[in-house]
Design a protein around this ligand. Sequence first.
Ligand code: HSE
Length: 399
Amino acid sequence: MKAAIMGYGTIGSGVVEVLETNRDMIAKRAGEAIEVKSVLDLREFEGDPIHDKIVHDYQVIAEDKEIQIVVETMGGVEPAFTFVKAMLEAGKHVVTSNKALVADKGAELIALAKQHNVNFLFEASVGGGIPIIRNLSHCLTADVVEEITGILNGTTNYMMTKMTLEGSEFDDVLKDAQEKGYAEKDPTADVEGHDACRKIAILTSLVCGQQVDFEDIHTEGITKISATDIKYAGAMGRAIKLLATSRKSGDTYSAMVAPCLLAPEHPLYSVNDVFNAVFVHGNVLGDAMFYGSGAGKLPTASAVVADMVECAQHSSEHIPLEWKANKLTLADYRETDNRFFVRTTAEETAIKEIFGEVTFVRAEGVTGEMGFLTEAMTEGAYEEKVARLGAVIQMIRVK
Ligand code: HSE
């Protein structure tokens, strides 16, 4: 079976490497060998074994009747969307790792794949090498998924782990992550939570079968987390993690991305470094957790190639995926219940008067302020109380 790759960057070249490393096993599972015939990229890659496969025009691939599977590892919505559409319309299966494309155009591309009796698969778009898309869409089909909470971004999890272990400041840890190649030169998408937001939008769309717009998800990143916050977290015996959460709320879901304080009993507390994990609660299953390598060249390429194998195994049929284009209106996040940890310069009496029963927290060496933990209340109620209190330095949600 002939394949093409669009975008020969980290993941695209990883796909070539995985196909080569596990050639025989993949051929056995796919039913035939999978061979890369063309690679679309703007660059030439002189000296690379794929050099003579490079093409610069996506139409060359779309018009090549021999190519049955196309991998999209370019990233971003355009021109990836235009290229992917052309491949599906030409009757080719498409596999992608591109979460921006899937979050934005997933429902439309699945419908187009169905119309042309091919597949649009995107296991690698969430959780890197962790099988989570297939688990939600094809394994947990007996359940109403009531909660998904994930550590879905390896870069920020590495940074939070390092800040916790070393007590270092955000900027220093970001520099280290960039030097190690874990963070991009422009780290905005990771540190501001945009990457995790797109991933939880995809997972929520899959469990509700409707379009969840990532723009509707309240998203906070980790840029405001400081070494002092980590000291307070240590005093409470908790760890701060960037969580992406989606919870069933009546007929809809409420979703949020934000840094949270986790107790050691929480299943995600021990997920450290660049690892990802997704905790799922189903109404009949109970709890399940999926853990593993959530980013990086080979883990992500592993998921891409597994999707290619699935396409080869179902080369003349469309595998149904429940994700329709009709939009799900998410619950207002202000109605979500949470507990809050607050750092403030306000007086104890004012805190008690406004928040009622709270637990005060002091961190060694931190002066001129104090921390307190609230009881559970809605986000809206918290906002109203904090407006009355004023003098708030920091707020982190508590799980
Ligand atoms: N920047 C992403 C991460 C890559 O750190 O998790 C994988 O989507």
